[in-house]
Design a protein around this ligand. Structure first.
Ligand code: ATP
Ligand code: MG
Length: 417
């Protein structure tokens, strides 16, 4: 038997209701905050991710699914959504209509990572991006939106970590200082960090290897190196979050795994997921639109790990499983014919109604109704058709009512009101 690929998974019908509920919650909340949906292709030119995420990041170095597209060069299954949203913002000159655009997208991402709980090779993200706003108000607003989203899903075991990554003006001074520390503890760092130290020292702060974490414990804080503008920006974001009573911790180790971030960076962490503790991450990327060939427009966004969210959301799957309002137990060929007409009519009237076409016995049809968790069963036999009266049984109260077949649809709608 051919099995699915390691690190990939099926989302089965019994789980889908939770996914749909989360998605619906996101769509409704994001729309209230003025976001519009955008749907983007899953494949992009590899160059897009190399230029945006950065050549020396784990994602680009070792996690991308990249293929040759013949003469058209190399293409990649998107490992994240921001780069594609930016590409689209530039390609369609959205900035010309209005530089301020609030966009969200939901869909699969692909990274060739070691599969484990909460870490898949195809995973899903709910992604939101805002272009054209420099003000710290938007930083606070989207963090507030994110926290509100988790509240709506009754997820409480969360911690919001924030940091500032500075800008091209102030960050190099910090990098230089960090490099000093890295050089002095080099022997304690993992091989990856040794490489990172020359190309991208900030990334060493992000390493999950315990010895690296330990070695970087006393690392200087980037916050002590911020220029005046970055510092003011960060102070304002924190003050606004305080005012909205969004609790957060300032986390000087938080640097994020992608190169394009500037200023505010944030991550929502939970203790419910073990090692994979991040459920959402994001930040400002004021330079990226320009880097990718667009006008200099600031931007900020976040991505929520949909799969991890499903694992921690306090959602009772049972509450979301769709149950038929009516199951019609039709006994014999003639009754099946008539019941089929009723099912069709009820379905188009918005009644969840099902039947079985196999002509099985009443006993086995009742078993089937039980399995489907049908709220009511309508029993239709030859006698019932003859007398033009059928019996509708409420499966939880066991109460039965007689219904005239001539006004069947209306009577059922009345019962279900
Ligand atoms: P992590 O530190 O867990 O690797 P990340 O920093 O690589 O996360 P981002 O690129 O910020 O993750 O993506 C945003 C969110 O997407 C993460 O917070 C996480 O919830 C989710 N995510 C990232 N990679 C995976 C994966 N391989 N499988 C499932 N979810 C993932
Ligand atoms: Mg990662």
């Amino acid at each position: 038997m051919i099995q699915l690929i390691r690190g990939f998974k099926d989302i089965l019908p019994e789980e889908i209701a939770v996914w749909q509920h989360i998605e619906k919650t996101a769509r409704s909340l994001f729309a209230d905050f003025g976001f519009k949906e955008i749907r983007l292709p899953i494949l992009e030119h590899s160059e897009l991710f190399k230029r945006s995420i950065g050549e020396d990041t784990d994602i680009v170095e070792k996690e991308m699914y990249t293929f040759s597209d013949g003469k058209r060069g190399m293409i990649t299954l998107r490992p994240e959504a921001t780069a594609s949203v930016v590409r689209s913002y530039i390609q369609h000159k959205m900035y010309a209509k209005d530089p301020v655009q609030k966009l969200y997208t939901i869909g699969p991402m692909f990274r060739r990572e070691r599969p484990q709980k909460g870490r898949y090779r195809q995973f899903y993200q709910i992604d939101a991006e805002v272009f054209g706003v420099n003000s710290p108000f938007i930083d606070a607003q989207i963090i507030f939106m994110l926290v509100t989203f988790f509240n709506r899903l009754s997820i409480t075991d969360l911690e919001t970590h924030i940091n500032s990554l500075g800008c091209p003006e102030c960050r190099p001074r910090f990098q230089k200082r960090l490099l000093g520390l890295i050089t002095s503890v080099k022997s304690e760092l993992c091989i990856d960090c040794e490489k990172r130290s020359t190309k991208n020292p900030l990334r060493v702060l992000d390493c999950k290897v315990p010895t690296c974490k330990k070695a970087m414990e006393d690392a200087p804080s980037i916050l002590d190196f911020l220029c005046k503008d970055c510092d003011n920006h960060f102070e304002k974001v924190k003050a606004l979050l305080d005012k909205r009573q969004v609790s957060f911790v300032v986390d000087k180790q938080l640097v994020r795994g992608l190169d394009y971030y500037t200023r505010t960076a944030f991550e929502i962490q939970t203790s419910l997921l073990g090692a994979q503790n991040a459920v959402a991450g994001g930040g400002r990327y004021d330079g990226l639109v320009k880097t990718l060939g667009g006008p200099a427009q600031p931007a900020i966004g976040f991505a929520i790990g949909f799969d991890r969210l499903v694992e921690i959301a306090g959602i009772n799957k049972e509450d979301f499983i769709s149950k038929p309002d009516i199951f019609i137990a039709a006994l014999g060929e003639k009754c099946i014919d008539t019941a089929f007409e009723w099912v069709c009519t009820l379905n188009i009237k918005g009644v969840k109604c099902e039947m079985d076409f196999s002509g099985k016995s009443l006993k086995s049809l009742m078993k089937k109704a039980d399995k489907l968790n049908a709220k009511h069963v309508l029993i239709v036999g030859e006698d019932e058709l003859e007398t033009r009266t059928v019996t509708l049984r409420n499966m939880s109260t066991k109460k039965q009512v007689s219904i005239e077949t001539d006004s069947l649809v209306e009577s059922i709608q009345e019962v279900l009101k």
